[in-house]
Design a protein around this ligand. Structure first.
Ligand SMILES: Cc1cc2nc3c(=O)[nH]c(=O)nc-3n(C[C@H](O)[C@H](O)[C@H](O)COP(=O)(O)OP(=O)(O)OC[C@H]3O[C@@H](n4cnc5c(N)ncnc54)[C@H](O)[C@@H]3O)c2cc1C
Ligand SMILES: COc1ccc2c(c1)CN(c1nc(C(=O)N(C)c3cc(Cl)c(F)cc3C(=O)O)c(Cl)s1)C2
Length: 470
């Protein structure tokens, strides 16, 4: 039948990794009518109790929402998330200052990672032409034949044939191994000296312990803590600190002294016992930044999400960028009428500059936050940006607004931001010069022509004074 022929002509797409990007990509390819097979090394998290080791919740913003919208998932995900309209800056003295993200409709969403992953897996599975395989770890694959080798839980190896492979297997991607063996493949990875550790802030009297619709931040230069709300009225607090600092805190007393010094207001909210338990439960996790190019290999394979570009989390964009990858490839497949041999090089040409730009931005923000962002500076910068945006809305748009609330290509947002900084610096220079010249003019203009006292008179007064002092 034509249906049979249609599916027969459509390629068999294998998605490696059933994480956030892999499961969303499965929806994108299934929606296009491809035969999709997802292979995920972990067990089906929908049956598992909790997912350990990754950030428990994430900030979803415009780019990610647009991708979810394309496969009809936006409303379902939003219904299980909490809007954050502003940041709440916590100062050492306990004072808190809200800074709105923008105009009324501009907010970001706190979503639970496990729930998001489950919803996307279920959405992918709902397509008749999609098959999910858990407990299958990719060992290797052949660019020549498209043969893929997976390791099952029982230790047996399984070979399957793929027409097209989408590597969504995260920062330590196995799919990427084949790319690393080829000439002209560029790869770099950087571990930052900071680690992160998650603490849970329980509800207080049955309700959120802090205002729920905020991204809470305790900026302390080298240290920083942020807290995002969860549907169960808890907050997940993520503490960022150099590993060598984590290593210095080995006892309850050292922990309490540290929190008393840097995050005093959070102690009663976290609860002393819960803080001690959570802090020593798991070691701090590392954060790595991975950049590579090209993202495609012939017309056989493409890397997407963290497998292509793992970024440090200091812009809350990793998942949003990975989700936008799915949307960009889909737009290009439309442009090239699904001709992979033309679409894949175009995807690399378009997407590499943008994903490298967000990787650089996130690293830049990490260095900024660590170097000199304490509460005052953070507040000053945000007020200045928002004020300039208010005065000249079409000329000055804060960088985080372009990154978080628009689909301005990441590398274009950086170019625009650099240009804006030049304009602001020149503006400040002109302002400085004009006010100096103006002030000097006023001084000269209004200082009395005829001095009320001559130099001789002034000198004789000085001598008299000196004489009195003897
Ligand atoms: C502390 C922290 C906070 C963050 N906060 C945010 C945020 O606020 N907003 C945001 O947008 N992003 C955030 N991120 C980034 C976000 O978590 C990642 O960008 C996102 O998870 C990438 O999704 P992915 O599917 O590409 O990779 P992953 O989520 O890593 O999924 C990869 C999947 O592939 C599987 N896999 C791995 N190897 C194999 C193999 N060989 N065979 C088969 N399967 C395999 C893994 O089991 C996993 O399920 C944060 C990250 C961290 C660490
Ligand atoms: C779950 O773990 C994590 C870890 C880090 C993040 C998130 C979730 C979500 N993050 C977001 N960052 C921005 C942003 O653009 N900037 C510049 C900020 C960057 C930092 Cl580091 C910060 F603390 C506040 C802002 C801010 O402006 O609020 C958003 Cl907008 S959301 C960072």
């Amino acid at each position: 039948s034509s249906e049979k022929n249609k599916s027969a002509t459509k390629k068999k797409v294998v998605v490696v990794g059933g994480g956030l990007v892999g499961s969303l990509n499965a929806c994108f390819f299934a929606k296009r009518g491809f035969e999709v097979a997802v292979f995920e090394s972990r067990e089906d998290i929908r049956c598992a109790k909790t997912v350990k080791g990754r950030s428990i919740n994430l900030a979803l913003s415009h780019r990610g929402r647009q991708a979810l919208k394309h496969v009809g998932m936006e409303d379902k995900i939003i219904s299980k998330s909490i809007p954050m309209h502003a940041r709440m800056i916590h100062r050492v003295n306990g004072k808190r200052s809200p800074i709105p993200y923008g105009k009324k409709g501009q907010y970001i969403l706190s979503v639970g990672r496990a729930n998001l992953n489950k919803e996307l897996l279920t959405a992918a599975e709902a397509y008749p032409n999609t098959q999910l395989n858990f407990n299958h770890r990719l060992l290797d694959w052949s660019p020549e034949t498209g043969t893929m080798t997976f390791l099952g839980t029982d230790g047996t190896e399984k070979e399957i044939q793929a027409d097209f492979i989408v590597g969504c297997d995260g920062a330590f991607s196995a799919t990427r191994k084949q790319f690393l063996r080829r000439s002209r493949f560029n790869y770099s990875q950087t571990y930052i000296p900071h680690g992160y550790l998650e603490l849970t802030m329980p509800p207080r009297n049955g309700d959120f312990a802090m205002e729920p619709n905020f991204l809470h931040i305790w900026p302390r230069n080298t240290f920083m803590m942020i807290a995002l709300p969860n549907l169960d009225k808890t907050f997940t607090c993520t503490l960022f600190m150099p590993f060598e600092e984590f290593e210095k805190i080995t006892t309850d007393d050292e922990l309490m002294n540290f929190f008393q010094k840097y995050f005093p207001d959070s102690i009663p909210l976290l609860g002393v016992d819960a803080l001690k338990r959570d802090f020593f439960r798991l070691p701090a996790q590392a954060m790595v930044s991975v950049k590579c190019s090209p993202y495609h290999l012939n017309d056989k394979c493409v890397l997407m999400g963290d497998a292509a570009h793992a970024v440090v989390p200091f812009y809350g964009q990793g998942m949003n960028a990975g989700f936008e990858d799915c949307l960009v490839l889909d737009e290009i497949l439309d442009q090239f009428n699904e001709d992979f041999s033309a679409a894949l090089p175009e995807y690399t040409r378009v997407r590499v500059p943008d994903d490298h730009a967000i990787a650089d931005l996130a690293m830049y923000n990490y260095v900024e936050m660590r170097a000199h962002v304490n509460s005052k500076y953070f507040l000053f910068r945000k007020y200045l940006e928002n004020a300039l945006h208010f005065i000249m809305p079409r000329t000055i748009t804060p960088l985080y607004t372009m990154v978080t609330f628009t689909r301005t290509r990441y590398h274009e947002a950086v170019i625009r931001w650099q240009w804006q900084n030049k304009v602001i610096n020149q503006g400040l220079l002109i302002l400085g010069t004009v006010s100096t010249v103006g002030l000097t003019y006023l001084l000269i203009r209004y200082i009395p022509k005829k001095p009320s006292i001559t130099v001789e008179q002034l000198w004789s007064k000085v001598l008299t004074l000196k004489w009195f002092q003897k």
